[in-house]
Design a protein around this ligand. Sequence first.
Ligand code: CA
Length: 227
Amino acid sequence: MTHIVVVEDEPDISQVVSLYLKRAGFSVTAFTDGLGALNALIAAPADLVILDVMLPGMDGFTVMRQLRDRSDIPIILVTSRREETDRIAGLELGADDYVVKPFSPQELVSRVRAVLRRARSAVEDSQEVALTVGGLTINPQTRVVTQEAREISLTAKEFDMLYHFAQHPRQVFSRDQLLENVWGLADYIDPGTVTVHIRRLREKIEKDPAAPVHLLTVWGVGYKFEP
Ligand code: CA
């Protein structure tokens, strides 16, 4: 059974979310604090985490950072704050999706399903072959990228995006197409997410991120990968 950990200090929200997830066929463990959830997840990994940002003690961002140091477990962040900076920070830290309170529990269940689907198809995609393009070797089995014998550390989504570009050299993708192809969630995620990930990838793979030679902007259209 797919196991979901809910980290939420507001009992009403935690109960409703847990109820809807159980009705949808998931097993659920709920925590009211970040540290307790983190320790439990380190001891016994789950399939997905729904993580509130504002928690007593260790906040959701800190929990996420600690989790990301250890695994690619899918994470959906929950916040009551609407600021752009929070959303961007969450996505940069590696959240797979993001919901803002108040949200409908049914919508959250849909997102859980979408994120799980995406995570599973990423595992299936990893059966694909290693690519060597533009001086980069991209191995989907080990999820390791090397450039001139130097290993480049990428987040899960940065890797997925780079692999997608490398599979389609010189093809231009709009931000919406990238959301659909890399996240599988074009309806939910802000296209600004793509911009953030492009910038982070450039910082990691380009010699001069301000003057990229591989990951190019096609003004008014989107992005392409030039080997
Ligand atoms: Ca809270």
